[in-house]
Unconditional design. Structure first.
Length: 255
């Protein structure tokens, strides 16, 4: 069931989304060679504490997970696509990092992700991240009343495939509101004009995930959470929470 949010509810989601944006900005600024992923998680925790927000990630345990998620960010490095658990791993020169973060404030959720490089970047990584951002922008542009979920999926997938990148099948965006994950699913590839019609009041997390090699295959790491590329190639993940409004898409997690 898809809940249509009121303007007041969307404003409340925007407030939660701004907390997420501040957390991601703080993590990005703190990231550097020698900084551990656990230290980045603590940076995000402090932003949430200061805002009086809680984390929808911490303690989250969907049916596939062997254990509750132990952190407030997902920190995925190099060949990790999504759901990386922060560890004592210290960032190295040239690492590609994807950080996903959520917040719940006054009963409403926000969810967003960004990818960046640490130290001296590889040109191929910069192209991958730029394509992910362009795919996200295309998906957001398609998130207008009268379109369908398939239009968002098609817009994201077209940018990814045109650049020669892979898309991990079965993973993508989702509805969001009082809970981090709500209906509907928002795939990263699909046929235009198909799927659920988009209506004002819908809130969606749109999140492209790209694999550099062009292959779509991945595997689940031993921790039961992290998804890694099957061939060891690098991956990027970006995301925004977006509301469908009469005036067009409203980005609720803009940084």
């Amino acid at each position: 069931m898809v809940e249509l949010k009121t303007d007041t509810s969307i404003d409340a989601m925007h407030a939660a989304g701004q907390v997420v944006g501040r957390a991601l900005t703080a993590v990005r600024q703190a990231a550097g060679v020698g900084v551990s992923l656990l230290e980045l998680d603590e940076v995000a925790r402090e932003v949430l504490r200061e805002a009086g927000a809680t984390s929808p990630f911490l303690g989250y345990r969907p049916s596939f997970a062997p254990t509750p998620f132990p952190a407030v960010i997902c920190a995925s490095v190099n060949d990790a696509i999504v759901h990386g658990i922060p560890t004592r791993y210290r960032l190295r020169d040239g690492d590609l990092v994807s950080i996903d973060c959520g917040a719940v404030l006054d009963g409403w959720a926000g969810d967003s992700a960004l990818s960046f490089t640490v130290g001296r970047p590889r040109p191929a990584d910069l192209r991958l991240i730029d394509t992910a951002e362009r795919a996200l922008a295309a998906g957001i542009a398609a998130a207008v009343a009268g379109n369908r979920i398939g239009d968002i999926a098609h817009a994201v997938g077209e940018v990814c495939r045109a650049a020669g990148y892979g898309i991990p099948q079965g993973f993508g965006g989702h509805g969001i509101g009082r809970r981090m994950h709500e209906d509907p699913d928002v795939p990263n590839e699909g046929r235009p004009g198909r799927g659920l019609p988009l209506r004002p009041g819908m809130a969606l997390a749109i999140e492209p995930m790209l694999i550099a090699s062009g292959k779509d295959t991945f595997y689940e790491a031993d921790d039961g959470w992290t998804l890694r590329t099957s061939d060891g190639s690098r991956a990027a993940h970006v995301e925004h929470t977006v509301a469908i409004t009469e005036e067009g898409p409203r980005i609720l997690t803009a940084r």
